[in-house]
Design a protein around this ligand. Structure first.
Ligand code: SF4
Length: 446
């Protein structure tokens, strides 16, 4: 079955399922409908934030119920501008991706009453109003995406103090940001260390959890929550997933005795490059620790692990696509892992410094040349068919993405050069030593 939201005109055109099933909490504690939406507001017009409002009170608030009503009425909520902008320009918005997922029953709860009603709707034996009545029965979001604060031990090149506590010192030196300004991030971003969220009933009743960073493995409170969750009678229905920087493992009692109580544990490793390049891009990450931790994860729960390598493709790593796939292929084959146990994903980096669309045309051509040489090498080298398929898709998507827009400007190039040179100085490194091919194209150092 392959239902496409764009081609199926019986669902109101502005509908999105996420307001009914999902909630996100940002690293600074803001409550959001999903990761791409703007934060919710309170009745007094302030941003709704866990530092000031209890999660359980918030999800039952009038504001959340009004937000849902807008989607029932086929109106466009102002919190979802990101999606409307993409929709209006003919792109594939997050909303449409989610709706396709939902319509094809790919959500984890495919056997629920909601899905049964949806199937009846597709078979013309139920109306859209019937589906909405079923949606009204979903009182609490069961799919949660939580960034548990800004506590992080890395200060990746493309990150900042808004997401990593370790970035704060470099931010002050590099950009002259005042201690007062930087401390605002600290104040808001520490909420997860000791939060009422971990005792929330809504949290405890949810079925699907995605934790990302900061670095979730540094948040002990979430492990305590997982232990409690694993004692729920229906724990085998629960899915846990992470984005982690692979620098730190969960405690052995959780790795060996908690995750196996759930249906699946999905771990996306934010690995953009290997070896010294990993250390440079995700400073001060240590590659051998990351590699060993990934191995420990896949060995610990072989029956219920879904691990994947999840790079953010940017100027910093596109020239080294070949070595990352070679490593993944060797890791998967050596450890005899199935496609479900170990996969390769990845996403575009759109930030201000390292988006490939901000290269000059000449630089893009040089990138393409090196990436083409890499994919040709991978075609004759990779042993695992799934990884080769992923490499092919990554190569074609990234080349297309790079040339799809010309975002180069002297101002952006100057900002990038300033950042690379500045961070190199602070960290006593040099791009020329770690990524000489990239330095040659960007001409940062002679
Ligand atoms: S419309 Fe877009 S921004 Fe709004 S909840 Fe749905 S996916 Fe998120």
């Amino acid at each position: 079955m392959d239902r496409d939201f764009d081609k199926y005109n019986k669902i109101p055109s502005n509908f999105c399922i996420l307001p009914f099933l999902h909630k996100a909490i940002d690293s600074n504690g803001d409550f959001k409908p999903c990761c791409v939406a703007d934060p919710h507001k309170t009745s007094t017009g302030e941003v709704a934030n866990i530092n000031f409002i209890k999660f359980d009170d918030f999800v039952k608030s009038k504001e959340v119920s009004n937000f849902k009503q807008q989607f029932k009425d086929n109106q466009r909520s102002e919190l979802c501008t990101n999606c409307w902008n993409v929709d209006d320009h003919g792109g594939e918005s997050h909303r449409k991706r989610v709706m396709n997922f939902f319509m094809n029953k790919s959500w984890e709860d495919g056997n629920s009453d909601l899905y049964k009603k949806l199937e009846s709707f597709f078979n013309d034996s139920a109306t859209w109003e019937d589906v909405q009545t079923e949606l009204d029965r979903v009182q609490e979001p069961w799919d949660l995406e939580i960034e548990p604060g800004t506590t992080c031990n890395f200060k990746c090149h493309f990150c900042g103090p808004y997401a990593s506590s370790s970035w704060q010192s470099d931010q002050k030196i590099l950009y002259g940001t005042s201690s007062e300004e930087v401390s605002k991030f600290t104040k808001m971003g520490l909420w997860a260390l000791d939060s009422e969220l971990w005792n929330s009933e809504v949290m405890f009743n949810a079925k699907k959890f995605h934790f990302m960073g900061g670095e979730p493995m540094l948040i002990d409170a979430h492990f305590k929550f997982l232990k409690k969750l694993s004692e729920r009678p229906d724990a085998k229905q629960v899915i846990i997933s992470y984005n982690t920087n692979a620098s730190k493992l969960p405690p052995p009692s959780v790795l060996d005795g908690v995750y196996n109580k759930f249906r699946w544990t999905r771990v996306a490793f934010s690995i953009d490059a290997i070896g010294d390049k990993f250390h440079y891009q995700r400073y001060p990450g240590d590659w051998s620790t990351a590699e060993s931790n990934i191995k420990t994860w896949v060995d610990a729960i072989p029956e219920s692990i879904e691990a994947k390598i999840d790079p953010g493709w940017s100027i910093l790593n596109l020239l080294y696509i070949g070595e990352l796939f070679l490593w993944a292929d060797n890791f998967k084959v050596t450890n005899n892992l199935t496609d479900k146990q170990f996969d390769f994903d990845g996403h575009y980096y759109f930030g201000p410094y390292y988006c490939p669309q901000t290269l000059t045309l000449e630089q893009k051509e040089l990138f393409k040349k090196k990436m083409t040489a890499d994919i040709e090498m991978l075609r004759s080298t990779l042993k695992d068919p799934r990884l080769l398929a992923r490499a092919e898709i990554t190569y074609s998507n990234m080349v297309e993405h790079m040339f799809a827009a010309d975002k180069w400007s002297k101002a952006i190039e100057d900002k990038r050069n300033f950042r690379i040179k500045g961070l190199d100085k602070i960290r006593n490194q040099s791009l020329k030593d770690y990524e000489p091919e990239l330095n040659e194209i960007l001409r940062i150092y002679d």
